[in-house]
Design a protein around this ligand. Structure first.
Ligand code: HMG
Ligand code: MG
Length: 301
């Protein structure tokens, strides 16, 4: 176990979860979800995306959601920003941190953002410069770090190459997206071996999807390698509209349960997370896949 036992959790349900739902929730339902999550003790909440409303209509109300949530000083409220137009909107909404996003796969990059990897990086230059001017932290996602839904397996050297270019731009955090949930622990070993000398595991965030039930095994491997920052979604909400068959993120409750029982600190209260997951399951009118939520939290309190 690494020296540091404090694990940082970014809750992605309001963004990665809701972007993939056929039902478009109301602003009230989203605000209630985020306020419940704020009370759970997570370090960061990805509230929404300032992307094109044509591409992701589910999150077209990002401004209204940001205007109405009750912010706590202990929580960072972030959102996805794809370009300068998104940056203008994000600044107007007074967000705490931006998340730019690209991929280690050319085909995924085009399908997700209508741009090559190189074009996304050029788009980010003015966005990151502006963020630096106003001291806004920048997270940078790299999708398809293990496999692309269109191209198949991805060489870890491609991940390293994109990470290196993002670091040159001056981003503060590299977030490794296992977009379609195929990885097993040996893939996590290979991913971090590929980054050796550029980024230590403890300098990255890992964003796992649980399509095949292997996300928690990968999180455990990452914890053992020294990763201390993870993304997850309450109840296992999640997906990506441009990654066919990608299911939800690693469930926040499953990650917290594992960490707590193994002696890692998350500062997250499971009962408060259950309340958030129950709210969103009722709003969507369906059950959620998270195992710990299903076992202990899905029944009304
Ligand atoms: P485009 O169509 O090439 O954009 O989309 P454009 O620059 O040609 O502009 C076309 C129209 O969109 C214009 O409006 C722009 O104003 C408008 P018109 O003149 O036609 O009326 N527009 C915008 N409107 C609002 N906000 C904006 C914005 N930008 C342009 N920011 C673009 C390019 C990047 C915008 C588009 O492809 C896009 O929004 N893509 C986002 C897709 C997305 O959100 N995918 C899911 C998130 S990524 C993910 O889930 C993976 C992750 O979880 C990690 C993992 O799991 O791997 C992060
Ligand atoms: Mg994702």
């Amino acid at each position: 176990m690494p020296d540091t036992k404090q694990i940082r959790i970014t809750e992605c349900g309001p963004r990665d979860g809701l972007q993939n739902e056929a039902t478009i929730l109301s602003v009230d339902q989203k605000v209630a979800l985020i306020d419940l999550l704020s009370a759970s003790g997570v370090a960061e909440i990805e509230v929404s995306s300032f992307v094109s409303p044509t591409w992701v209509p589910q999150l077209a109300d990002a401004e209204q959601v940001f205007a109405r949530i009750s912010r706590r000083d202990s929580v960072v409220y972030s959102a996805l920003v794809p370009n300068e137009e998104g940056m203008r909107r994000a600044m107007d909404a007074k967000i705490d941190k931006i998340a730019i996003f690209t991929a280690a796969s050319e085909t995924f990059s085009r399908k997700n953002t209508n741009a090559t990897i190189a074009q996304t990086l050029r788009r980010f230059e003015p966005v990151v410069a502006q963020a630096k001017d106003v001291d806004l932290p920048v997270r940078a996602y790299i999708s398809c770090v293990v496999t692309c839904p269109y191209e198949g397996p991805i060489d870890p050297r491609q991940v390293r190459d994109v990470a290196s270019q993002l670091l040159d731009l001056g981003v503060d955090e590299i977030d490794l997206g296992e977009t379609i949930g195929v990885a097993v622990p040996t893939d996590i070993d290979r991913l971090y071996e590929g980054l050796a000398g550029l980024l230590e595991p403890g300098q990255t965030t890992l964003h796992l999807h649980d399509t095949r039930g292997t996300a928690l095994a990968c999180a455990l491997r990452a914890l053992q390698l020294g990763v201390t920052s993870f993304d997850s979604s309450c109840g296992g909400l999640g997906g990506c509209p441009y990654a066919p068959n990608a299911a939800g993120n690693l469930a926040t409750e499953d990650l917290v349960y594992l960490c707590n029982r193994m002696g890692y600190e998350t500062s997250v209260d499971l009962a408060a997370l259950f309340a958030a997951s129950r709210h969103i399951a009722a709003a969507l009118g369906r059950s959620l896949p998270g195992r710990v939520f299903t076992a202990d939290g899905s029944a009304p309190p």
